[in-house]
Design a protein around this ligand. Structure first.
Ligand code: HC3
Length: 416
């Protein structure tokens, strides 16, 4: 905390103390948490989808591996490398995890990475507001490796803020010399906030998460933190085994998801021989910067354009302006929902649709191995969301908006 934050933390209405009191009695709705100004971030949750591919060549690597078990290991390795980005990159020095902006329905975050892995594209869309849910898809164009998923959070308070993640991700890997691409079903870890009492919040992951594949392999990742007596923060151990045979470990990985990890073959070291087959050190692996269109070239519903007024207010510490700018969006959105209701129509998602009617083929096939139900928590995420390439093609075929069209969308949907 800097001195201005310290000052605010000690007294006044927006103090850390009153924030702590409010979360002790909070109802689980993260959006309703009124955090003190210095803990507000100007980044919306729709942006968080980009954390899945900040090392595009690690994301695309499985497509070049002919052996199915090693492909599953590369998928596990990629997943582990994303954890630092997802859960610690906003708070590198620890203790600075802020409250992200709560996206409005239809909010978009679009971007691409250009590097030695070629072009990798990101589409992220807020597909539900009550309950809040974000859907995303990321495609590495040269290899066709594609991730899609959706997530929502269920929060509770017991000693601190505990968050269960709802939703899941699906990775499609076109494998060399195979006609059918591999499908990997990925579950999301639970987390809690540490350091709240000291005014320096950061994330620790809990329990276990899984990756199971159509090629017959499953990875289990167990998370642990620093205990009273032993252990290091952000620790994990992971094992990869043939699905259903947890004891027949093919590879195991251990380390800290914010620091280094090592990959070994088999359950343990063999006859004293070193079984090390790989390692990861994030300090040696710079991320590729996501390219986002300049604000004036963005669609009015794109996150950074839509929230620009709020972001300016936060940067200046002008909380009155933040409140006014937020209220414009919230009121326009409320009016739009009322209008839709009166006209008996629903907001049309641009890139994603709900999997309704027939059971979802991925969850039906792979869900049982990782304890995911066929409905994919649809009742708590506003639906079971899947990327709709026909919708995306339609969007891509449209000419860019004229300035007048953009202004009218911003007025009607964002009150700007
Ligand atoms: C809990 C969280 C919002 C949700 C964030 C999620 C789970 C979103 C999906 C991403 O893929 C992964 C991810 C990372 C961080 C999670 C956020 C951390 C803090 C934030 C709370 C709403 C804010 C709590 C307020 C405060 C001041 C204690 O940080």
């Amino acid at each position: 905390m800097d001195s201005a934050q310290q000052q605010q933390a000690n007294g006044g209405g927006g103090s850390w103390g009153s924030f702590l009191k409010s979360i002790a009695s909070f109802n689980g709705d993260l959006a309703s948490l009124t955090a003190p100004p210095f803990i507000l971030s100007s980044t919306s949750l729709t942006e968080f989808s980009s954390y899945w591919a900040e090392h595009p060549s690690v994301f695309a690597a499985p497509a070049k591996e002919p052996d199915a078990a090693k492909r599953a290991l590369l998928v596990l390795k990629w997943f582990l490398t994303t954890l630092k980005q997802q859960y610690a990159s906003r708070s590198e020095q620890y203790g600075n995890e802020k409250k992200p902006l709560n996206p409005f329905l239809g909010e978009l975050f679009l971007g691409k990475w250009e590097d030695e892995a070629g072009t990798t594209e990101l589409i992220s869309e807020q597909v539900s507001h009550h309950p809040p849910a974000t859907a995303y898809t990321i495609t590495n164009i040269p290899t066709g490796v594609r991730l899609e998923g959706y997530n929502a959070q269920k929060a509770s308070f017991s000693k601190t803020i505990n968050i269960k993640q709802l939703g899941h991700a699906v990775l499609i890997v076109p494998a060399p010399s195979s006609t059918e691409p591999d499908t990997y079903l990925i579950t999301l870890p639970s987390l809690h906030i540490e350091g709240l009492i000291f005014g320096s919040p950061f994330i620790e992951l809990d329990g276990a998460s899984y990756i199971t594949s159509s090629t017959g392999f499953t990875a289990k990742i167990d998370y642990s933190g620093k205990g009273w007596l032993s252990g290091k923060k952000n620790s994990f151990t992971a094992s990869l085994f043939p699905t259903g045979k947890e004891k027949d470990v093919i590879f195991n990985v251990s380390g800290q998801w914010t620091k280094n990890f090592e990959i070994h073959s088999g359950a343990a070291k063999h006859n004293g021989k070193d079984s090390l087959v790989g390692s990861w050190d994030p300090a040696q692996q710079p991320t590729t910067k996501l390219i986002v269109a300049p604000i004036e070239a963005q669609h009015p519903l794109e996150s950074r354009r839509a929230w620009a007024g709020v972001a300016t207010g936060i940067a200046k510490g002008d909380m009155e302006a933040v409140g006014q700018e937020k209220a414009k969006i919230e009121n326009a959105q409320r009016e739009m929902r009322a209008k839709e209701k009166a006209e008996g129509r629903m907001w049309q998602r641009r890139y994603f649709g709900v999997q309704a009617g027939a059971p979802d083929p991925v969850l039906t096939r792979l869900g049982p191995a990782v304890g995911l139900a066929e409905h994919g928590d649809a009742d708590k995420t506003g639906g079971l969301w899947r990327f709709d390439s026909a919708k995306a093609d339609k969007v891509n075929a449209q000419p860019p908006l004229t300035e007048e069209e953009a202004r009218s969308i911003a007025k009607e949907l964002l009150g700007q």
